[in-house]
Design a protein around this ligand. Structure first.
Ligand code: ZN
Length: 160
């Protein structure tokens, strides 16, 4: 099982979660489920709807989720997971995360330490729902080959 996303999308998600710091930020991952692997095409950030404990809890309201599902379907995609941050905590699911997890979906957790994205990990609920299992997180280089052409401004080809 793996979750794939483009580097630029990872940057976008990190920026969104850093903006939410010191509270938890959250949203959904939209893309394609290819059996074992999933490709994330876009991320839809949500306002954390928790009224309390926003530093270590998040809530996605049903209407937020339904709107995201609608947006995904319209683009020929699906909601394949959720992302949220752990401000100043490791990128491991909490007991709260386990209690509130749904089967099937990928749960991307980003630890944000002192306002900066530190570590990202993706998880899926085990079949018996007793625990989360880690899944491989693949950050892909950009599809556009021009994005990978070495630029003199960034040090050039040979560094001279
Ligand atoms: Zn969490």
């Amino acid at each position: 099982m793996s979750l794939r996303l483009r580097a630029s999308l990872a940057v976008e998600i990190h920026a969104e979660l850093c903006r939410a710091y010191p509270e938890e930020g959250c949203g959904v991952l939209v893309g394609r489920d290819l059996g074992g692997a999933r490709e994330v095409e876009r991320a839809i950030p949500f306002e954390n709807r928790r009224e309390d404990s926003r530093h270590n809890r998040y809530l996605i309201a049903p209407e937020q989720f339904l709107a995201a599902e609608k947006e995904a379907r319209a683009a020929g995609l699906d909601v394949v997971g959720f992302f949220h941050s752990h401000p100043d905590h490791p990128a491991r699911p909490s007991a709260f995360d386990l209690e509130n997890a749904w089967p099937f979906y990928s749960y991307l957790i980003v630890s944000v330490e002192r306002g900066r994205a530190a570590d990202s990990r993706s998880w899926r609920l085990a079949e018996d729902r007793s625990a989360f299992e880690p899944e491989t997180l693949e950050i892909l280089p950009e599809a556009d080959p021009l994005a990978r052409v070495p630029s003199p401004a960034r040090g050039g080809v040979d560094g001279r």
